[in-house]
Design a protein around this ligand. Structure first.
Ligand code: KIV
Ligand code: ZN
Length: 434
């Protein structure tokens, strides 16, 4: 099927509204192996991390946070093994996270020994609650932690000229901190690192705990982008969490507010309610006609690997991926979908205009059988479509009405939904074909 067909958008009365739209994908960073991994009951072992890493590479993720090397031996060993194994493709860059403490920073660099290219991600929390309650530190002391960490990044990198180094700094708890203070700390880090347009620093601005409506986060991002001196020497990155259920929305608005990059996890894994779901965000772009640069054309394989590695199920109603999202049980929906598919086939429409389905399931490797499911509530459109696809049978309208009584009786008797084979059996019995 044709790719990136947009689902029809709202009719714009004039060019003023909506004020902004998404026009291009961000740079993607997967933190499945770090934020995702630190949030699951049984953290992944090397085999699982490796399998997940390969999946991310296959999907097309080019920046992958592979862990927190100073957190423990399993993390350190995996990272060190990975970078030395030659398994990191030339166009993929690994990233590791470290708190701003000398011993942890040094250990992080050790884990990357032999890497061709790597991002070292430094963070410390900057918001008042963390300063006052967790650390009991003044603003100046918190800023100094970031400066000292940045200095050590520069020094440790200089000792290892064989690796192409990049630095990322996160003012953790950014979204609940005073904006001018976050700017002040980030500027101080930039002064130490000395980034340029050719060698930018990544400034990652987390909604560590999602605390406001997504537009507020976007306003914070916009203010930050506008007021950061030397903006061209920074890649502005978003790292949203989903505590209010709006992690994806916050990332979308943050992109429109000027950010360049998004961090997240497949199917929204991550601490507590998770990070921004990269699948949802990428396919939201797709359904607006934008190539997200990530390949979900075999979404079932992605789900299988993610469920296996995280030992968490993907919810049946999860956008795009859930088992039930391309199904319709209600008769009127089934009828509309059937008409949409038929119209779409003949028209070869540049838009994807099948009612009730925001995307062609075939673009995600899903088959028609998964689209329309038949149970006792279903109308004629559903089973007629399944029979047509499965057996090539087009039932005349009056016959559909007649046959629907048999289908509903069978669904009631069995007490479950009917698959294509059930419907064909039902048809053969009803019309004495055997
Ligand atoms: O949520 C967060 O703030 C983080 C940082 C370490 C980036 O995960
Ligand atoms: Zn996080």
């Amino acid at each position: 099927s044709a790719k990136y067909r947009p689902f029809p958008q709202v009719n714009l009365p004039d060019r003023q509204w909506p004020s902004r739209t998404l026009t291009a994908p961000p740079r993607w960073l997967s933190t499945d192996l770090r934020d995702g991994n630190q949030s699951i009951i049984d953290p992944m072992d090397r085999a699982k991390k490796n399998r997940f890493f390969d999946l991310l590479v296959d999907i097309g993720v080019k920046e992958i946070e592979v862990g927190f090397p100073a957190a423990g031996e399993t993390e350190f060993d995996f990272i060190s093994w990975l970078v030395q194994s030659g398994r990191v493709p030339d166009d993929v860059v690994v990233q590791v996270l470290t708190q701003s403490r000398a011993d942890l920073i040094k250990r992080s660099f050790e884990s990357l020994e032999g890497a061709r290219e790597a991002i070292v991600h430094l963070y410390n929390a900057v918001s008042p609650a963390w300063r006052d309650i967790v650390f009991r530190m003044t603003r100046a002391e918190v800023k100094q932690i970031a400066i000292d960490g940045a200095r050590l990044l520069v020094d440790e990198a200089a000792k290892r000229p064989g690796t192409k180094w990049h630095f990322q700094y996160s003012p953790e708890t950014f979204s609940t901190a005073e904006l001018d203070f976050s700017l002040e700390v980030c500027e101080a880090v930039m002064q130490v690192v000395g980034p340029s347009a050719e060698w930018p620093i990544i400034l990652n601005l987390p909604a560590t705990v999602e605390a406001s409506t997504p537009n507020v986060y976007a306003d914070q991002i916009e203010y930050f982008c506008r007021n950061l001196p030397n903006r061209e020497a920074a890649v502005i990155s978003l790292h949203t969490h989903n505590d209010r259920g709006t992690g994806v929305a916050a990332a979308e608005l943050g992109m429109m507010a000027g950010a360049d990059r998004v961090e997240g996890c497949l199917f929204g894994n991550g601490e507590r309610t998770g990070n921004c779901c990269l699948v949802t965000l990428a396919l939201n772009l797709y359904t607006q006609g934008i190539d997200p640069g990530l390949d979900f054309s075999d979404i079932d394989r992605v789900i299988e690997t993610v469920e296996y590695c995280n030992e968490l199920p993907v919810h049946q109603r999860h956008p795009y991926g859930g088992e039930l999202v391309f199904t319709a049980f209600s008769g009127s929906h089934q009828d509309a979908i059937k008409k949409g598919f038929e119209a779409n086939e003949v028209q070869n429409d540049p838009q994807w205009r099948v009612p009730y389905l925001p995307i062609d399931p075939a673009d995600l490797g899903r088959s028609y059988e998964a689209v329309i499911r038949v149970n006792s509530q279903s109308g004629k459109g559903g089973f007629a479509w399944v029979l047509q696809q499965d057996q090539g049978l087009r039932l005349p309208k009056r016959m559909q009405a007649h046959f629907s009584r048999h289908v509903q009786a069978m669904a009631d008797d069995l007490g479950r939904e009917l698959n294509a084979a059930d419907i064909w059996n039902c048809f053969r019995h009803a019309y004495y074909l055997e």
